[in-house]
Design a protein around this ligand. Structure first.
Ligand code: NA7
Length: 542
């Protein structure tokens, strides 16, 4: 008798990687079930529906490549899609490939336990589902577990409050309201100009100033779309061989120091005017690796802030000075700095005067009190590991993933954890994750994982694991790659510094997507070196 609740694969999360994982697993002819916490598909682009939410990579490339019909027929109205267009795309993909019948919505996984006698995972959800599966694909997202700092007094607040990552579907009306926005990362920077348009007054509480570049978002030029569609196969192939899984036509890749100060200025001005967002960071080859080169570019960007913001004191406060440009995720904005020229926007420095408490009528810093009707928390995420550790995952011998990662996450190739067999993470710690174009990165990882599943099914293997020595070795590779950059110079979510008590470890493989593919591929080609099947003795790392 078939056990209806026994699956070959459970996919956790119906974001972009999860949707593709369902599709690929089905192609293997295996039984799959996907559990999704939200009441719709889209993952990050389902949850983050705050005002101004927009992707920072051009949509013609931040999209699936696996089906040419899909990429030919889909139209992206804007270069950088707003949240609603990305959510619509996820829904279209779910319908077009008939994925919905395998997705359980409103089903947050709250327990994953490995049964080592049966080599099966037990999966439970908050709303009472209980199934088993041979394999888990954890497509849980790098930026899913929201961070709401424990500000004292929040429960006493008489107004409304929202976290940007759990924004109500019906939206929030700001007209006539005094609004406080906490946080000036990508999210706060996108939300500020939009909220400012209707709020009676907006107070932006800034702890650390951020480097932000103009998005230059605009309607998609039909000629640009045609060029992409005519050349999709070649461009996608280039993306799979590119260090950031991206397509660029005009990388200069020369050192800042190859140019005279006047030439640099000219190149930077041209880049500022023409290269949207993240591309600007590739104007020179050494921006992310050489502090002196970085400072030249950082000072150029500060000059732009000073030229935009009329009040010199406010401008100075908005200039980031405590870390290199790019060491935290660079932000992309549409009118962020300009918003501080409005009479109804006030910047509050909570580095000098920290937030002390939320009060029944607003918020108090160590210097002042603010009457507020609405508080918006744009305070980020327990990134990369949070969505995994919050699921209560236990592996061999009942080992808890939180315990295993107490001193920081360890993985082999960013997708497998020793002692947690048959559990595959997409965009997990130690993978290129958010430092590459994530849809393409996710597609590649899903393909890699499904190939492993296919091999196991063909050879009748029950269990795939790795060994701590191989995790250590991979961790060294991750660390070495990060050391060659300036990323360790900032207290960012990349290193877990935004969550008090989280071990400070660079959690992302920055050696390049191309190099990552090469490393993953060669481990498998070398007879699955570093993997342990069905409890066999692991090979020694060389
Ligand atoms: P981020 O980038 O983590 O930004 C969170 C912001 O919230 C940042 O400015 C923080 O200041 C601020 N923050 C967090 N906790 C506090 C407290 N306790 N007091 C004051 N301010 C605080 O999250 P986002 O959602 O903006 O962006 C996440 C990613 O999504 C982004 O990098 C893109 O990849 C897309 P801090 O800098 O820590 O001083």
């Amino acid at each position: 008798m078939i056990d209806e609740n026994a699956y070959d694969v459970v996919v956790v999360g119906a974001g972009f990687s999860g949707l593709y994982a369902i599709h690929r697993v089905r192609q293997l002819g295996l039984r799959v079930r996907c559990f999704e916490a939200g009441d719709g598909v889209g993952g990050t682009w389902y949850w983050n529906r705050y005002p101004g939410a927009r992707v920072d990579i051009e949509s013609m490339q931040y999209s699936y490549s696996f089906d040419d019909g899909l990429q030919q027929e889909w139209r992206w109205p804007e270069y950088f899609s707003p949240q609603e267009d990305l959510e619509a795309y996820a829904n279209h993909v779910a319908d077009r490939f008939g994925l919905r019948s395998d997705i359980e919505l409103n089903a947050r996984v709250n327990r994953l336990a490995f049964d080592e006698r049966a080599n099966r995972w037990h999966v439970s959800t908050e709303n009472g589902h209980h199934v088993t599966a041979k394999y888990i694909v954890a497509a849980t997202g790098s930026l899913d577990a929201m961070n709401l700092p424990p500000f004292p007094g929040l429960e006493s607040f008489g107004g409304q409050w929202y976290h940007t990552a759990r924004w109500p579907k019906e939206g929030v009306r700001f007209d006539g309201k005094r609004v406080g926005l906490i946080g000036t990362g990508s999210t706060g920077i996108q939300a500020t100009p939009v909220i400012a348009q209707s709020a009676e007054h907006l107070f932006v509480f800034q702890r650390t100033a951020a480097y932000s570049l103009p998005a230059y978002n605009r309607p998609t030029d039909p000629a640009y779309e045609r060029a992409w569609k005519a050349d999709y196969p070649q461009r996608r192939a280039k993306m799979f061989g590119h260090f950031a899984a991206s397509y660029t036509e005009n990388d200069q890749y020369r050192s800042v120091f190859d140019y005279s100060p006047e030439e640099r200025q000219r190149i930077l001005e041209e880049a500022w005017a023409a290269r949207n967002g993240l591309l600007f960071m590739r104007t020179f080859s050494d921006i992310s690796t050489n502090l002196e080169a970085n400072e030249i570019v950082a000072e150029f960007v500060r000059g732009k802030i000073r030229a935009t913001v009329r009040d010199p004191k406010v401008a100075e406060l908005l200039c980031p000075t405590t870390y290199p440009i790019g060491a935290k995720r660079i932000c992309m904005d549409t009118g962020y700095f300009e918003a501080f020229n409005r009479d109804n926007v006030t910047l509050v420095d909570v580095r000098a005067n920290p937030l002390a408490e939320i009060t029944p009528t607003g918020l108090r810093t160590t210097a002042d009190e603010y009457d507020l009707d609405i508080i918006v928390f744009a305070t980020g995420f327990d990134a990369v590991t949070g969505s995994l550790t919050r699921m209560n995952v236990t592996g061999l011998g009942g080992l808890d993933l939180r315990e295993k990662w107490r001193d920081g996450p360890t993985t082999f190739l960013g997708f497998l954890v020793a002692g947690f067999p048959n559990l595959f993470m997409i965009h997990g710690p130690g993978s290129p994750g958010v430092l590459v174009q994530m849809i393409t990165g996710g597609e590649w990882q899903v393909d890699y994982v499904t190939k492993i599943i296919e091999d196991m099914e063909r050879s009748g293997r029950q269990r795939i694991d790795t060994a701590p020595e191989w995790e250590q070795r991979w961790n060294v590779e991750v660390e070495e790659a990060a050391k060659r950059t300036l990323y360790n110079y900032a207290d960012s979510w990349y290193v877990g510094a935004n969550i008090p008590g989280k071990p400070r470890i660079f959690m992302i493989y920055i050696g390049g997507f191309d190099r990552y593919i090469q490393r993953c591929t060669e481990q498998v080609a070398n007879g699955y070196e570093g993997f342990v099947f069905d409890g066999s003795v692991p090979a020694e790392p060389r």
